[in-house]
Design a protein around this ligand. Sequence first.
Ligand SMILES: Cc1ncc(COP(=O)(O)O)c(C=O)c1O
Length: 370
Amino acid sequence: MIARRMAKLDSSGIRKVFDLAAAMQDPINLSIGQPDFDVPDPVKDAAIQAIRNGHNRYTVTQGIPQLHAALRKHIIKHKHFDPESLLITSGVSGALVLAFLVLINEGDEVLIPDPYFVMYKHLVNLCHGAPVFVDTYPDFRVTAERLRPHITPRTKMLLLNSPANPTGAVTDRAELEKIAALAKKHNLLIISDEIYDFFSYDARPFSIGSIYPHTLVMGGFSKSHAMTGWRLGYVTGPHGIVGEMTKLKQFSFVCAPSFAQIAGVKALETDTSHYCDQYRRKRDLIYEGLRDAGYEVEKPGGAFYIFPKVPWGTDQEFVAEAIRHKLLIIPGSVFSERATHMRISYAATDDTIRRGVAVLKALIRRGPAK
Ligand SMILES: Cc1ncc(COP(=O)(O)O)c(C=O)c1O
C-alpha cells in the first residue's frame, strides 16, 4: 500500500523521546528544538491585525511584495549580497523539500557533514539521491580538507549548516572561502541552511552566499522570532533553480501562510538581540557545567545545542539512563552515523539547565544499570 520511498524514513529515535516527554511528570526537558521565549508582542499584534483585516486568502506563490522588499533589505544588510532570486517558503523545511525535489536525480551524491540535521538525510533518500556523509568528529569543523576526498564525478551538491544543529559549530569566513573555492572547482551547488544565523555568539555570522553565487541560502523566522508554528522562511539563489522551486510550490504548498508573511515584515523590524545575549549566557552555563563535570565536549559557537560525547555505553544506553532520571536528551545517532554522542538543547530556563547538568554530573561515573 505505502510507497517504497517511505521505507527509508525513520523517525523513531526522536519520537521515542517526545513520547516519553509527554508521559513524564515534571521532566527536565533538554530535547527541544525551538526557543523557550515566545513570539514578540508587536509581531503577534501584526499577525492578529492581518487576520482581522482579511489577509486570509492565498497569496502569490513567491510571497507578498512587502515581505520580499523587507527581506531583500535584511539580506543585503546582514548577509552582504543582493539575492538574484527570492522565494518565501513554508519554513526552511519547505525550502529544503522543494530544493531536493527540484534538484536531485536518482544516484546524485549529496555531501552532508556528519553530524547533520536529520531532515537532510531523509529528504535526500526520499528523492533517491545518495547522501555522502563527511565525518567531522571530534571537533565538528566543516573544512574543505575534510570535504575534498568525498567528491566524485557524481557529487552534485553540498549541504552547509552554520551555526549547526546538533553541534552548534560555526564555520568561519576563512574556511567558507576555501569551501567556496572547492565547490567552484567541482561545479557544486551549495545549500546553506542559515536558520540559526541569529544565534551566533562569538563572531558575526558569514553567509557563503556573498562569495559563491551558486548557492541556495535558506533562512527564516522560526528561531530568531520563535515563530516555529507559523511556517515562514525563505530561499535565495540562482534564478533558474528558484524559478523551478516556485513552479513546484505552486502545485504543493501553494503559498506560505498569509498572516505570517505580513507579521514577518514586522518581525524584521523587531529587535530580538537581547535573546541572543541570554542564549550566549546559557551556552556558557551548560558548556562550563559539562566541562567541569568531566565531559568531553566542544564549545558551541552558535544555535542552542551542545553535543558532548557520552561517558560510557552507547548513546542509546546512556540516554536511556538519563531518561530514567527524568532528563530528556536525544541520542547522537539520530543526527549521525556514529552512536557516541548526545544532543542537549539549552533552549530552556537556567534552572532547567542547572538541573540537567546536575543529573549528567551524577551519571558520568555510574556506568550502565545492570
Ligand atoms: C538546521 C535546521 N534547519 C531547518 C530547520 C527547520 O526550520 P523551519 O522551522 O524554518 O522549517 C530546523 C529546525 O529545527 C533546523 O534545526
